[in-house]
Ligand binder design. Structure first.
Ligand code: DLL
Length: 442
């Protein structure tokens, strides 16, 4: 296996040109070689994968090119749950360096594990992601992703160290203290969920601290969907460039994909992962550029090889060349999870589409929640918006009309709009809760 770690020091040591700008045919050849090894690992060491392949009459050797991947079954989150905690591990627990758990927002948490080599690859990919985002060796990186079972904190931490940066391991919470530390320690890079970055900006403004005058230049924001309008808002209020980073614990953690400074989609690191975009209903690949569900196969994971993992994340990808010279495909933002999609009178809606309408509108703050209810067979949606402080109550009705009108014309749905007072919408310290789903469980 080609080693990804360049031992050169200096600003460019984590832009590994030989891998990141590899011609796509060579990348495909590398993927295939690694896929074969992954299939062997999965077949030999994970009963569930072996049974699925046996049932389909496919052996690892039958997969002769990347297209043959489609002969394999999908892996679902429920497979991890059904084999909880260790059933899908390809290594004995004693051989693992670390365990993490998925956030469990959509049900019981699932456990994921890493060998020392897995941890090493993760740190390298996270360093690569941070470098693509504009972080450099010698930077102070303020890491406000939660430390613990969530992969955000430790994932970013090890990547920042690998990059040669100085990491401040703050974790989430104690927002006032975060602001003092950013100012005092001279952080150039902020790692946080976008919603927490916004909460930091808001708290700083309330304290009269102008973070735009701080050393902050780069924000590495992910772990939840965020609209382009939200990006503009955060960039403006923090005075930095907001870079989108993607990942999920079942596949690795943060650093599966990350934008470069061109901010034109997240480079999915194809030397370690195989990406498919499929129609969630028919399971057929969608034409490049069309929206579908992201399905990921790991290519180097030892402890938890994943075959065709259905992420439920909806996105589009492009393999068109990027200005930065990297050849790895680009994920054109994650619109949302298929689980978060609501159908309001036949129109499919993701919270991020509504966010795009709300953020930046006059008189309302960029904090919101959507409440879903079912009336008969129809889903109904209520948008709770927060009024900016100082806006007189007489104006509320016109705000309601304005938001309802914009949502109708831009998203195409009829929604009830409710005005909340400043501070009434809960602020996040990690992943924001955007949807309160009061629909009966099926
Ligand atoms: O959220 C890993 C992570 C940490 C990514 C820090 C980026 C930064 P999980 O807790 O397992 O892992 O949640 C994974 O979060 O399937 C998406 O639905 C969502 N998600 C992650 N990044 C993005 C993003 C981490 N940039 C789930 N945009 C994924 C939209 C995202 N959604």
């Amino acid at each position: 296996m080609t080693t990804l770690r360049t031992h050169a020091h200096g600003a460019d040591s984590y832009f590994d040109h030989s891998v990141e700008t590899m011609p796509r045919e060579a990348l495909a050849a590398l993927q295939f070689e690694r896929l074969r090894r992954t299939l062997r690992n999965a077949y030999d060491n994970v009963a569930l994968h072996r049974k699925r392949m046996d049932d389909a009459g496919v052996s690892p050797e039958d997969i002769r090119n990347l297209n043959d991947l489609r002969r394999l079954s999908f892996t679902l989150k429920s497979d991890l749950r059904d084999t909880y905690p260790y059933g899908m591990f390809a290594r004995p627990v004693g051989a693992l360096a670390r365990l993490h758990a998925s956030s469990g927002t959509t049900g019981k948490a699932t456990i994921v594990g890493y060998t020392p080599t897995d941890i090493d690859n993760w740190a390298t990919l996270m360093a690569r992601s941070l470098h693509a985002a504009g972080a450099r060796a010698g930077d102070v990186i303020h890491n406000a992703y939660g430390y613990g079972l969530f992969t955000g904190g430790l994932g970013a931490h090890y990547g920042a160290e690998r990059l040669g940066a100085t990491v401040v391991p703050v974790s989430g919470g104690s927002t006032e203290r975060q602001i003092a530390l950013i100012m005092d320690l001279g952080a150039r890079v902020l790692c946080a969920t976008p919603s927490y970055a916004l909460a930091i900006a808001e708290m700083a403004e309330q304290q009269g601290v102008d973070l735009r005058k701080s050393a902050l230049r780069v924000g590495v924001f992910g772990a939840e969907p965020w609209s382009l309008a939200m990006r503009r808002e955060i960039e403006e209020r923090l005075g930095l460039k907001g870079i989108d980073i993607y990942g999920l614990s079942e596949i690795m953690g943060p650093g599966v994909a990350c934008e470069c400074t061109a901010q034109a989609g997240l480079h999915g690191w194809e030397d370690h992962f195989l990406f498919e975009v499929l129609d969630p209903e028919t399971h057929e690949p969608v034409p490049e550029g069309n929206a579908g569900e992201l399905v990921i196969t790991t290519l180097t994971k030892e402890a938890l090889p994943m075959l065709r993992y259905r992420t439920r994340d909806i996105t589009r990808v492009t393999t068109a060349p990027c200005d930065c010279g990297r050849t790895h495909l680009r994920i054109l933002r994650i619109t949302g999870r298929s689980d978060d999609m609501v159908i309001v009178r036949g129109v499919n809606v993701y919270p991020s589409q509504i966010e795009a309408v709300l953020v930046g509108r006059a008189m309302i703050a960029p904090h919101y929640q959507l409440v879903l209810q079912r009336h008969g067979t129809l889903d109904r949606i209520t948008i709770e918006v927060e009024i900016q402080s100082g806006v007189p109550e007489e104006v509320f009705p016109s705000v309601v009309l304005d938001v309802a009108h914009q949502v109708k014309s831009m998203v195409g749905i009829t929604a009830e709009v409710v005005v909340k007072l400043p501070g009434e919408i809960p602020r996040s310290q990690g992943k924001a809760v955007r949807v309160r789903d009061l629909r009966p469980k099926e």
